[in-house]
Structures are given as C-alpha cells and as structure tokens.
Design a protein around this ligand. Sequence first.
Ligand code: DC
Length: 746
Amino acid sequence: MSWQIAIDGPAGSGKSTIAKIISKRFGFEYLDTGAMYRAITLKALNLNIDLEDEKNYDFVNETEIHFDHNEIYLDGVNVSKKIRSLEVSNQVSLVSKFKVVRDRMVELQRKMASTKNVIMDGRDIGTVVLPNANVKVYLSATPQERAKRRMLERQEKGENTQTLEETIQEICERDYKDSHREISPLKKANDAVEIDTSSLSIDEVIEKIIMLVRERGMNMEDVKDINEEVAQEATKDEAVEETVKEESTMEEASATEQESAQNEVSNETEEVQETEENHVKELQLVEGTVESVEEARKFKTKEGKEQEKEARVLIRLDNGQEGYLFSKEVPGVENGDDLFDMFLEGDRVKVVVKKVYPDGGKVLLSQVLVEKRENLKQYQEVIDNHGVFPAKIVKNIPVGLILEHDGYSCLLPTSQIDMTEEELAASVGKEIEVAPIRVDYNRIRLIVSQKVANAIREREKKNDFIKTVEVGNVYDGVVKNIESYGAFVEIGEGVEGLLHISEIEHNRIVKVDKVLKPGDTVKVQVIKVEEGHIGLSRKALLPNYWKDFIDATEVGQLVKGTIVEINKAGVVVQLTEQIQGFLPKSEFSYERDAVIEDFVNVGEEIELKVIELDISKKRVILSKKQMSENPWEVLNLKQGDVVEGKVIAILPDGIKIDVQGAGGYLPNNNFGEKTEFEKGETVTAKVRIFDPSRNKLLLSMRERNERDVQPRAERKASDNEVNKYLKNQEKMSGTFADFINLDDLK
Ligand code: DC
C-alpha cells in the first residue's frame, strides 16, 4: 500500500517549499498539481483557443503530463520554466475551473499516486484527489505574508514588477477564484490539519508535519529529525543517563555477583592516565587486545572476608584503558577455564563497556552485550515493516517510560506516549503495544512509540477494512464533508467514499446540503471500487416508488385515485401514497368547454386511463375521455328524437345538458312550460339540431306546434341566439367559464 501525503492551501502558503523538503526526507515522489494546471494553461495559450469556452478543452484528454526529478513535462517537453510566466499565472484560475480539465487532471494525479509513495500539493488533494490520504495538511497564511513571499520569490528571479499592494490584490483575487469555483474549490478537508505558516519558520512547519506523519505510522528510520530529537532528549536529560545505567543492570545475572566483581575490580584499580575525553563510556562498543587470561582464585577482602575471584581476561582497550572480561560475559562459556581455550595474549577482541567507575579504575567489559547489540539489527526490519510488539512498562522517568521487551530496554519518550494521565499514573507493570522507531546501538536499546503503534494498528484496520469493501456492500456511514458535487461519507475505520449528488435520492437534488449535513448517518451501498476510490449510493437503498409503479402499470390500464387538486391545467390525482398522476384538461371530456368542477370534486375517488408513463420525467398522464368512445361518433340522433340528459350548467341564455357524454344546449326561448332548472337535474328534451361533425346538439322542450305558432320575428331572434352560441362553440378552445364571459353573448 503506497503512502499519500496531501498538502492543500492557497497560493503562497508554502506548499511547494514544504512538500519538496518532505519529499526528500521520506524519499517520496513530489507532485505539484498546480504545475499541472499551469501546463494545461500553457498549452491552451499555445493553441490560441478561446479560453472562456469549455468546449475548446477537449485536447486535455490527449495531453500527457509527467514529472521527472521535480521537473514537469508537457507532451514530453520540459516546461518547468514556461509555466511560471505571468501570462500563465493570470489565466490558470480560469482554465482550472473547467470540469473537463479537472476530470483529466484528477485522473492523472490518482494514477500517479496509485503506484508510489507521494506527497501531492494543490487545492483539492485532501478533498477530491486523495480523500483517503494517510496525512492531510492544510497550509494557510495571511494574504500579506503570502504576498511578501511571492515578491521575494520574484525578486530572487529578477522579475518583480509589482508593489506589495498589487501583489496582495493578485493573491486575494486568486484566492477568491480558487475558493469560489463550482468544481473542487479550494477547501480544507474535514480531516486535514491546518497549519498557519504566517509566523512559522520552514523548519517549524516541517517539524509539525513530521510529527503528523509519525503519528500516522510512517517508518521512522528516514525521519532523521525525529531520531535526533530522541537522541538529544536522551543525552540532555540526566535522568535518562541514570536510566541507561539501570537498563544495563537489568541484564546482570545477579546483583551480589555483580557487586563483588565491581568491588574487586575497583580494589585493584590503578590510576588511569588518559584524559577524560578519551575515556570509554558505558555501553560503548570498543576494540582491544588481550593482555592476559587469569585463572580463578580465592582472595581476602579488606574486611577479611574470603571471596572467590572468577577467571577473567584482561584487555587493553585501544584508547589505553584496561578492562576485565569475566566468563559470564562471554557467550557460550560454561566455566572460567574455557577462557583459556578462547583467548590468547595478543588476540584482537570486540567488547562492550559494561561498567565504568568514577575513580577511573579498570572497566568491566562484555561480549554478551556485543551479541545483544548485534541482535538489535533485527529491529531495523521491524521498523521497516511497520511492526508492533508488546512491551512491559518497567519504570516511569522524567522523559518518558522505560519498557522491557525480549530482554531489551526500550525508551518511550513522553511525546510518544498515547495514554491519559490516569492510565500513565497506573502504568508500571502493565504491558502495552509499541512500535520501534529507532535502534539505539550506542545504548543497546530501542526507542519506541506508542502513538506510532496505535497509528499502525489503525492503518492496518483501515487497510483490512478497505480489502473488505466490495460493490454491493451496505454501510451505515457518517457524512464527513459536503461538496457541491456530493458528500464524502466515512463507511468505517477512517475510510471514505464519495456519495455523488446524483446518488443521494431518486429525485433530482440541486443542493447537497439541503439533504445532508456533516455528522449525519446515512445508509449507503458501494457501487464502485476503483484504485482505492469508493463510489457510494444512497438512492440504491431507497425504495424507488416510481420504478415500482411504472413496472407494475401499463399504458391503457385503468387506475383508481383520489382527486387532490383541480387547477387551470387539469386534475392532480393521488394514485398511491407516493405517486401522483395528472389528468390534463384536454383529456377530461370530449366537450372542449367542459368545466371539470361540474363533474368532479376534490377528495372524490376517480377511475382513469393511463395514457403515458415516463420514468425519467416521473410522469403518469391520465385520461378520462379516452375511457369511453367519443359520443359525437357514437350518438345517432335525428331531429325530433326525445333524449334524456343531465343539467350541467345554467347559462344566462340557456342551459347546458349532458346527453350521453355529448354537450347539448337548450336556449331559454326553447324552454317549454318548465322554466326553472337545477344543476344535476335530469330532463327530457327533443333534438332540434344534431350535427356531430361540428359537435352540435341543440335541444328544445317546446311542443312542436309551439314553434309553429311562434311569431316569425320572435323565431328569428331565437335562431340568431342559437347561431351566436354555435359560432362561439366553434371558435372556442377554452372553458365554459370563458364562454360565459364572452361579451357578444350578452
Ligand atoms: O499552486 P499554483 O499557484 O501553482 O496553482 C496554480 C493554479 O492551479 C491555482 O490558482 C489553482 C489551480 N489549482 C487547482 O485548481 N487545483 C489544484 N489541485 C492545484 C492548482
């Protein structure tokens, strides 16, 4: 699994300076994504395209960009200098706002990061390009500070032509454009650590980032600063010196044995002539020459006590000091006599100084410690492999804790402890997990970190978790970050996926934050896993009522629903709890001027025919008139026929009567004895005119002879009224209400 460090921030915040140094420290590849956008801008300028028109940027998909030794190559040509021109700087924000450009750059950037350890700087690295980066840093600084840096940089190149105010303005304008563009604007990722570099030195910023990297479980061997820091910490503090001595005593076979050996050596000490600086130190690996091998013998102490003096080898160290190597300090030696077989006068030997005495007497030497020192090498491998091991806390010292693991002393510096005050207070005797971060050969011990161990464990969990993420898996995720194009959702163990705006709901969403906010829990399903990028869907888990309805329904089918609204355009009908259909006015009746409210009311149940189903538009169109045949085509009436109908409207000059679906008209002067009518009433009338080709049905309730006796002038006037109505009927596409308002009918 490659390591990714993401550094984002505005222009002049120090991203590239910092990223370059860190890339060197860790041996990571440095990818300057700003340079990539600049390279595309350069190419666009060279192509002389209209920069404002996104359609002109298709060339990006055939453009090749790569880095080599921190130099950028555009289609194979090194353009590292050209991309820094003022012309490119002035246009790059414009070019980098286009989706086609960003999509291509993000694709290239992810590809570059997929195979090697990278440190990438830019504006959208932590939020978009590498949402699962191991470390995310957001660098900021005041516009003044950043402008000063920019000016200095340009001055160094001899190209400064702007005042401080102008440079501040340039920086602010760029900030605005970079952070207000629609796609991937400059933004701090939720899980990024912000470092304000305004009043920090480069070293201080580096140090902060290295601390972060260390906490996240990075191999510490290359992080020289940390090693130095730990070493200094150890040497500076006297308590540690003391500890080192204690550590060495942990290896002693027995305290009394050691005691007697020490007494003996110091009793026999001669004055050493060498200067202080020349003296060997405890635990130092030194070389020397065997002077003699002395056999075991008995001797009397000052107090007259008889003691056994063990066999030993007297060695003259290369600095002139002398020391004794006792048999128990030689690996594999059973008894003192063996020393005679192993050491001859003049032999060259490698030994570790086990003990020095303040009076400058002969030192105690050890080859057991040489072996132990050698064996420390195995821990280098543990460091390289991000290994973790258990160790027992032995002692609490001012600069940290002393632990013991496999016979080795381990220093856990305070800065690397990951415990609460209470836990720490009760920690001695407990076992914890630590990660070695440096092998201290000089003190034959390990420098360990609990924070690194915890971070490694977390990283392992994250990696293990990523391995289990498959298309189709469902998680209860937590929204971490809202973007204009979707939301980043943590699905577990610090792993985030992108829930694109189109995957949030079945209905179209315009603003993500109208539906989701950071901290929300959402059930999501994995729909894509590609190069460590996880695509999520929420809508896939939501019931798709429209699809279900449309799957279960056919055009032509009759459906029942409840009228929820009657408006100018037609009728809204609730078909299921979630689905509404629409009955357009034109589909209500074959009568073009029918007033819907004359027939149905809100709240009423109605049966209708489905005439259109469109899942993409979420549309169900209904018809009432198509449920029966066109009455004008079916009715076969002739003058004089007696018909029954229902009064559907009372008009100023007559009444409207529904005759088997066809609208008939009975003018006032064709009323018979009955002159008062009510809506909904059933009446019987005679057909006076029936012309289905023009949708005309004129009715009369007068007796036939009544018409005959009608005075001619009156008859004419009556016919004129009818003609007027029929004329209007032809013209009309509106409603009956419109018809009533027509002045010429009054
Ligand atoms: O870091 P820089 O100043 O060289 O970046 C140049 C421009 O590129 C910057 O104004 C915004 C754009 N850019 C971007 O949109 N996304 C990135 N990841 C990096 C840079």
